[in-house]
Design a protein around this ligand. Structure first.
Ligand code: KG4
Ligand code: ZN
Length: 337
């Protein structure tokens, strides 16, 4: 089955063609970072306009690169939730139009399920499995029964992990997005230089909730309050110590869920899953079977959308698809439909 996947939930315009949920024939990504960089964050209105300009050429390019004619497609898949409403609307409207024009069934995809699915392009794991989706907009701890049945066990009560990376980078004037720069600087830093807080919240009532605004505030404003080894303060050390605090929290909470469920298969996905240090820390958990997506498929991409949509048992007719709408948020403690 050939699926064309469209992803526009945030600030990357991406279109991919994937065969049978496994083989990526093309994955075109039009990155908007240069338009958002001077604001050190995503400006929703700019993102929508960029999607509008980039989407049709990306569809053409994805078809050409895969050497596929529209008539050969079996499905069109599009991210409809969660995300920036304007951005999602551009993708969904285009998907409806293509479905109508080419007379193809349409599948509405949950962005979180898609992120998690990206790990399967690296290696397939049996279900059920546990997942961590760590991105610029979300921090979710989930349990997946299959690619499409993803139950949210916990999420952040304030900042997402990637958001903390981006805000720290902004504070130090390192540019946007912050994750890759912090990742690089931290590689030569001392992770034990600062003892930044590890907020685990109340283990009874908030066992699986995360909070990253405290670590971020400590890094940005309270560095003098935390223990520092002798010698000048280096931004590399701050970055490395920040990442150590983040990894400790993520792994501790994941461990609790492993204890509760007995499931040791774990997928870690989302933009922050590209992080070298985090990958090494999870790999060191030798009794867990942890899979990360291939690095280029950690951040937003159409391949994960087309991939997960292959597993949908039903698709909407072009006419029924016209009634689809977008949703900015997903319900906490519910199924990620
Ligand atoms: O998944 P994604 O592309 O978009 C959302 O759905 O949010 O994730 C983007 C986030 C940004 O916050 C970015 O700073 C972070 O992923 N990121 C990283 C790395 N590469 C991207 N964070 C840490 N280390 C990286 N290497
Ligand atoms: Zn994403």
């Amino acid at each position: 089955m050939l699926v064309l996947g469209i992803e526009t939930s945030c600030d990357d315009t991406s279109v991919a063609i994937v065969r049978d949920g496994r083989e990526v024939l093309s994955n075109v990504i039009s990155n908007q970072d240069r338009f958002h960089a001077r604001f050190a964050g995503v400006v929703p209105e700019i993102a929508s306009r960029c999607h509008l300009e980039a989407l049709s050429p990306a569809v053409q390019e994805a078809l050409e690169e895969a050497n596929v004619e529209p008539a050969q497609l079996d499905r069109i898949a599009v991210t409809t939730r969660p995300g920036l409403v304007g951005s999602l609307l551009v993708g969904l409207s285009a998907a409806k139009a293509y479905a109508w024009a080419w007379n193809k069934p349409l599948v509405a995809v949950n962005h979180m399920a898609a992120h998690l699915y990206a790990a399967r392009f690296e290696r397939e794991q049996a279900y059920p499995l546990l997942g961590l989706v760590i991105s610029g907009g979300h921090t979710l701890l989930v349990r997946a029964e299959d690619p499409l049945t993803v139950e949210i066990i916990g999420s952040t009560i304030d900042d997402a992990v990637g958001e903390a990376y981006d805000k720290i980078a902004k504070h130090f004037g390192l540019g946007y997005p912050g994750g890759p720069v912090v990742d690089k600087l931290a590689a030569t830093g001392d992770a034990a230089a600062f003892a930044f807080p590890r907020p685990l919240l109340d283990p009874e009532t908030q066992r699986f909730r995360f909070s990253f605004s405290g670590i971020k505030t400590a890094v940005v404003h309270q560095r003098e309050r935390f223990k520092r080894k002798d010698g000048p303060e280096l931004v590399e050390d701050v970055c490395a110590s920040f990442q150590a605090a983040v990894a400790d929290v993520l792994i501790r909470k994941l461990r609790w869920l492993v204890e509760d469920t007995g499931i040791t298969r774990v997928s870690v996905a989302g933009g922050v899953a590209a992080n070298g240090y985090l990958r090494a820390r999870f790999a060191a958990e030798a009794d867990l079977d942890v899979v990360f997506p291939p690095r280029p498929l950690c951040t937003d991409n159409g391949a994960m959308v087309a991939g997960v949509a292959f597993h949908a048992t039903e698709a909407l007719s072009p006419r029924d698809a016209l009634a689809l709408d977008v949703e900015s948020r997903i319900v906490l403690r519910g199924k990620a439909r």
